[in-house]
Design a protein around this ligand. Sequence first.
Ligand SMILES: Nc1nc2c(ncn2[C@@H]2O[C@H](COP(=O)(O)OP(=O)(O)OP(=O)(O)O)[C@@H](O)[C@H]2O)c(=O)[nH]1
Ligand SMILES: [Mg+2]
Ligand SMILES: [Zn+2]
Length: 288
Amino acid sequence: MRDAAGTDHEARPFGRRLQAVCGDRVSCEADAAHGEVHATGVLPRQSVLERANTRGGAEAVVANIDLLVTVLAPEPRPDPFIIDRYLCAASSAGLAALVVVNKCELPEAAALSPQLAVWRDAGYGTLACSSATGEGLEALAAALRGHDAVFVGQSGVGKSSLIARLVPQADIAVGGLDRDAEGRHTTTASKLYDLPGGGHLLDSPGVRDFAPAIAALERRSLGFPEVGELSAGCRFIDCRHLREPDCAVRTAAETGAFDARRYESYRRLRRLYEDLQAAAGPGKRDRR
Ligand SMILES: Nc1nc2c(ncn2[C@@H]2O[C@H](COP(=O)(O)OP(=O)(O)OP(=O)(O)O)[C@@H](O)[C@H]2O)c(=O)[nH]1
Ligand SMILES: [Mg+2]
Ligand SMILES: [Zn+2]
């Protein structure tokens, strides 16, 4: 916990129901007798990134950010579907999003360019950089300046390595690649760093998968900007863009106007959305 003067303290959550996440602003009380600080309450959030739990409910991941940065690299092998789901969660939560390819000095990075172009065409910011060589780091620093940003992505893509370069005074652990096979992650808890030019960066532990909280997802497009735009041409206002007749989204995917892999990603998220909706129970269906 950091106080108004910028000093960090160890703070214990006071009471079992306090659900603070990284980025939260909390009210605190000093317990002078035990030399401890207790976090007693979570202040209202400006924004929150939420993931789905298995019961179809929502779990906060980070709070009070305005920019989501999904980091990928040629190694470990990227899963574009996870990245899509993060991007959907970001647009549904009103956050700007940036897709960053790290380790761009590796020859295999060139193969990621077509996929990066698809995200760029969808309206997301994209960047290639290398924490090893320093290439692209100035552009990344410029894109982050003044923002409260979080780095997300698979374990081993180099989130912490990038933060170590962007925040020179950060005391941050960076790991090897082999740990992934054993399921150990180098970063185990989210942490907030001050950016030199203003703003903040949150490092987060690597993920194997990510499912956005369904209640937070934009219901018609699920947060896919292309689907949001194309759906104006669908015959039915409540088109799910699967097998419905005269669906402009499916037609665009068939003709190549909408990237086929992004459409597949949409279909997978739609199925997950409906499964989670069912898990949440009939009373919670289509609340919005
Ligand atoms: N070749 C190359 N390796 C890099 C680069 N950036 C990071 N690495 C390596 O990638 C490995 C993982 O780096 P981390 O920064 O710990 O990755 P992370 O995304 O923070 O991983 P988690 O904390 O487990 O989520 C380390 O061995 C780094 O040295 C880069 O630009 N090029
Ligand atoms: Mg890390
Ligand atoms: Zn449709």
